[in-house]
Write a protein that binds this ligand. Structure first.
Ligand code: SF4
Length: 240
């Protein structure tokens, strides 16, 4: 994929922006406004971003509800508890030993840097904040970006496997290396539109499309994107 210029003058870039706009409009019209992310306040959203790794949202909700009822939820409560008790509280979310450790690293950082109030992180420079979150134990790009966008309302685009799959099937020339492809898509979207509400919706719409239609075996015949998607066109020509 060519380097994409922020001013949109690059022809390839503007073609790709047109594709993104098409995807956004079609899926918004199809699914309606997704109104993400469920969660009360910045801390709960950040906890959800850790717990949602490799599990369904229903399990995250169960885990958060158990954390609250056991009094192991706020950064202070988490730091007062041992990893075993946290793991017990978040058991429904799966991978609970690892996630308990991640929550302790996140809670310690929030207490140390922001006196327990994650919202204060908004006062930091975005680039250094991104680095700090990525340096926390067990926090990868997607989780860090989810915290920045959904918990802190900062202009960051969250790219997940559904996004890469859909854009690749659309014919965007993304790198075959997943990490590189993620950063190509982030550069493209963030260089084009920094509106938080838009970024929030766009990610949610990619996830909904991926879960509903663009699965490992795609259901193009019902997908709202079929008219302009390269993969849908070739499947149609092959008679699928
Ligand atoms: S038309 Fe098919 S391949 Fe294209 S995004 Fe939809 S489900 Fe995926």
């Amino acid at each position: 994929m060519k380097t994409l210029r922020k001013d949109g003058a690059n022809e390839e870039c503007s073609e790709q922006v047109k594709i993104l706009l098409y995807i956004y409009r079609k899926t918004l019209n199809h699914f309606g406004d997704p109104m993400w992310w469920p969660g009360e306040g910045a801390w709960e959203i950040a906890v959800g971003a850790i717990l949602t790794q490799n599990t369904s949202w229903t399990n995250v909700e169960k885990a958060i509800s158990r954390m609250k009822s056991l009094g192991i939820f706020t950064p202070e409560e988490i730091m007062r508890s041992d990893e075993g008790s946290i793991a017990h509280a978040i058991r429904p979310s799966g991978y609970y030993n690892q996630k308990a450790k991640k929550l302790r690293f996140l809670a310690a950082w929030v207490l140390r840097e922001f006196d327990g109030d994650l919202k204060k992180a908004r006062e930091r420079d975005l680039k250094s904040l991104q680095k700090e979150i990525l340096n926390l134990w067990g926090v990868g790009q997607e989780t860090a970006d989810s915290i920045l966008l959904y918990a802190l309302d900062l202009p960051v685009f969250v790219v997940d496997r559904y996004t890469i799959r859909i854009l690749t099937r659309f014919g965007l020339p993304l790198s075959p290396n997943y990490e590189k492809a993620v950063s190509e898509v982030k550069n493209l979207v963030e260089g084009w539109n920094k509106n938080v509400q838009f970024l929030n919706r766009l990610h949610a719409l990619f996830v909904l499309t991926g879960k509903e239609y663009c699965k490992a075996r795609p259901f193009c015949d019902r997908c709202p994107l079929r008219e302009k998607c390269h993969t849908a066109k070739s499947l149609l020509e092959e008679g699928f």
